[in-house]
Write a protein that binds this ligand. Structure first.
Ligand SMILES: *Cc1c(COP(=O)(O)O)cnc(C)c1O
Length: 480
């Protein structure tokens, strides 16, 4: 499988060539030259596979430059009950991404958050950790991952990369701004290759430092600085698997359809759903849910994509969806405009200059219905009401992001064909967002048994002023 850039750069790299990098040289995002098509016979054969087997079946279509036996071993090592079932623990034979029906056969939660950091990002990030180690070992190389986090991404990256050969992680977080639980999750890691840096400032200050270091091409090359952000193609590819798995769990035969509702921020998760559908998975609708940061909902309703300024970006109680622009959205637009890289380059010339683009009058947007998207937005009040209603009606506690999904799924029910089950992707567990759970339900969120008392563990974190040179010095001293 060869890859191309959404903006036309034609190096024709393969999977391992783009694994450790980010953007294509022309600033575009990588996609496969064509989406592999899944035949009916394959779907029938895949229905009964375990998660690890299904991951191999799907990923081997996108990854053709790792020997099959090695890729199989990586999938088997990654997708185990020990890693993915600890949150709702007990049963080692448990499914890795079970469907939890709220209404049998009609509305369910696709559980993606039972992994080590209790958010769906573990589904892809754990695979990334094993792929990185494999490729680096093979070439005798190493990488120093630098990132900034306000919670979910940083912890998922650290738990995926801890103890991996050839990988060090330097993760910046805003000092005192994360919840006690999130701090404990990250800072209690004692692995030699994980460095937590708490910056005395806001998330944006941490993010600016990462950008400044990454823009220093000489420093970046000399110290092998890399990233694991949401545009990484391997993360998107890994996420395709649970759309298939969820489909098989929610249906009895491959004649049926499902709809997925996806709490969305950077469009990474739902982009994987779009690709699953393009491969031939019978998906009736992809329902995109945003919070108050509704740049994507606005696009699907109007055809206008209007990235927000930092000052227009709301700080919400579903913080992992607080985005000003959606970094993976360019991948979908590439397909929407008939895979024309010139069109994409022209549209993103506007976006990169901070201006909106408007496709409302275009023939491309007229065909948007073919892609199955519907969308909606949710507010803090909606979130509280939905958490309450789901708890009272079904006895299930959901987190704030999943609540945005359930709210929008209810609202869009009329757009889903009769008899088609709707699966809302459960993107995190409520314990990560305790404050809002207390506000909604007047009680503490449930906590997986092995995370009791995590706040009392010794923590390892370096507190630093938001100073680019100090962070560079810190890295150089550790990397040598
Ligand atoms: C990252 C995240 C999202 C948004 O996912 P995207 O791939 O950025 O659309 C939603 N919910 C939670 C809990 C997350 O961590």
């Amino acid at each position: 499988m060869k890859y191309l850039s959404t903006r036309g750069h034609a190096g024709r790299p393969e999977f391992c060539d783009i694994l450790l990098g980010g953007l294509a040289p022309d600033g575009g995002l990588y996609l496969p030259e064509s989406y592999p098509q899944v035949s009916r016979a394959e779907l029938d054969a895949w229905r009964t596979l375990s998660y690890a087997e299904l991951a191999y079946a799907i990923l081997s279509k996108f990854i053709t430059d790792i020997p099959p036996a090695d890729l199989k071993a990586i999938c088997d090592k990654t997708y185990t009950a020990a890693v993915y079932c600890h949150a709702r623990a007990g049963d080692d034979t448990a499914e890795i991404t079970p469907v939890h029906w709220l209404e049998e056969g009609r509305l369910g939660l696709l559980e993606l958050s039972n992994g080590p950091t209790l958010a769906f990002k573990d589904m892809a990030m754990q695979l990334l950790g094993n792929l990185f180690e494999y490729v680096l070992d093979k070439h005798g190389q190493s990488i120093n991952i630098l990132g900034a986090t306000s919670g979910d991404t940083g912890s998922a990256a650290e738990y995926a990369m801890r103890g991996k050969h050839g990988v060090r992680v330097f993760m910046l977080s805003p000092h005192g701004k994360m919840s006690a639980f999130q701090r404990a999750q990250m800072y209690s890691l004692q692995d030699d290759n994980i460095y937590n840096i708490a910056v005395t400032g806001m998330f944006d200050d941490a993010q600016d430092i990462v950008k400044a270091v990454s823009n220093d091409a000489a420093f970046k090359a000399q110290h092998k600085i890399g990233a694991v952000n949401s545009i990484n193609w391997a993360r998107v590819a890994a996420q395709i698997v649970y759309y298939f798995k969820g489909y098989f769990a929610a249906t009895e035969s491959n004649d049926q359809q499902v709809a997925f509702c996806v709490p969305s921020g950077n469009f990474g998760n739902i982009c994987a759903g779009h690709i699953a559908r393009m491969m031939g998975l019978p998906v009736a609708k992809l329902i995109l849910a945003t919070n108050e940061n509704d740049v994507l909902d606005e696009f699907f309703r109007s055809g206008v994509y209007r990235p927000r300024k930092a000052a227009e970006t709301h700080v919400t109680s579903s913080p992992s969806m607080d985005i000003s622009k959606a970094s993976n959205f360019e991948r979908f637009v590439f397909d929407l405009v008939g895979r024309d890289p010139q069109k994409v380059a022209a549209l993103w010339a506007e976006v990169d200059a901070g201006r909106p683009f408007d496709l409302s009058a275009s023939a491309d947007f007229a065909r948007i219905g073919d892609f199955g998207f519907v969308s909606g937005a949710s507010s803090h009040a909606d979130r509280l009401a939905t958490i309450r209603k789901v708890f009272e009606k079904y006895g299930v506690m959901i987190d704030t992001h999943t609540a945005d999904g359930v709210k929008v799924a209810w609202e869009c029910a009329a757009e889903v064909p009769a008899g088609v089950p709707v699966l809302v992707l459960e993107t995190a567990l409520p314990v990560k967002f305790a404050e809002t759970i207390r506000e909604a339900l007047g009680r503490e969120p449930e906590r997986p048994a092995d995370l009791e008392g995590i706040e009392k563990l010794p923590q390892r974190v370096e507190v630093m002023a938001p100073d680019v040179d100090a962070v560079k010095r810190f890295i150089v001293e550790r990397v040598g």
